[in-house]
Design a protein around this ligand. Sequence first.
Ligand SMILES: Cc1ncc(COP(=O)(O)O)c(C=O)c1O
Length: 393
Amino acid sequence: MQINLSPKVQSIQISGIRQFMSEIASIKDCLSFTIGQPDFPTPDHVREAAKDAIDAQFTSYTVNAGDLRLREAAVKFVEEKYGLNYNPNSEVIITVGASQAIDATLRTLLEADDEVLLPVPIYPGYEPIIIQCGAKPVYMDTTKTQFKVTPELIKGAMTKKTKCIILPYPSNPTGVTLSEEEVHAIAEVVKDRSIMVIADEIYSELTYDQEHTSIATYLPDQTVVINGLSKSHSMTGWRIGLLFGPTWLLREVLKVHQYTVSCASSISQAAALQALTVGKNDALPMRDAYKERRNYMQLRLEQIGFEVIKPGGAFYFFVKIPTHVDLSSYDFCIDVAHKAKVAMIPGSAFSTYGEGYVRLSYACSMETIEEGMDRIEGYFQINERKSFEGSKL
Ligand SMILES: Cc1ncc(COP(=O)(O)O)c(C=O)c1O
């Protein structure tokens, strides 16, 4: 029997992160810097709110856009934190994680042959959806601009076919974020053109050197803000995303959302309500801990010989592999995992522009970071000794 499947779906690859993880799964005692989620528990009071919701039988469908109390809390949260103004009745949807917010937004916006600008290296969650929509990803190479999207990069990539720009900051995988001035300069380029900005601000609560500025401050009618509780409240498994945007667009996105998931889990919504109200500052102690780890890890990585661009947010380093290492990022990560028992993600998992780099997450304990850095240091010392002895032969 032969049943033809969608060629668009068949052309998509499983995420390089997953591929690499299954490749190294059998290595024993490997320390992991691969983790893309907080290592803190979901706050107690948030977990309690979910238990209370179950006991109170808050277990039915909610309205498609999400429980109104949660939408009101989400609007208040982004108003207090980032100065944004949205109407809880028509300008916010509670989604199944930020992932579903990205999916529903792109599927609402994109037509065949539209172009979508993507800064690369980039989180692999956008491109497969763009391709499934029959649209075309257009890459903006940020490896020469300190991993920052600049007005020049946007001007150079924009054409009449450009429908939207993906703007993820703080960034996964680079950790780099944008200052208020940089965000404003980007907004000026896009302003009054028929282009939407999809601002993935899921790491907005995790910035270390400056406050987060949402581009929606400058472009409210041209921005979709994607946020959620996965990173800020250590709630990756609860699957709660927040989608903010103008009514004319969200009215349509809501249809896609309705026909794919109906609504986010009611129990998770109850937990999210607690998180965004009583727990609105829950991210702050986690942020302090990440900052301390970032500062230490940067020092060690530089001492080892990696070229580091200081990450201002999220919990990742995206570092250049020293030039004397003659391996692809994939092979280098495999080699380090086998010999030093440290797992890092190859940069190539974040587009071909990530080749030559590796991503290290510091969503792990300080002890893990110290031990992991010692092991990577040892890996280079042994390799250098071997190549020195080799040269004597
Ligand atoms: C930049 C970025 N956007 C979106 C997501 C997905 O978030 P969620 O787990 O809420 O779907 C992630 C997860 O790692 C991410 O790094």
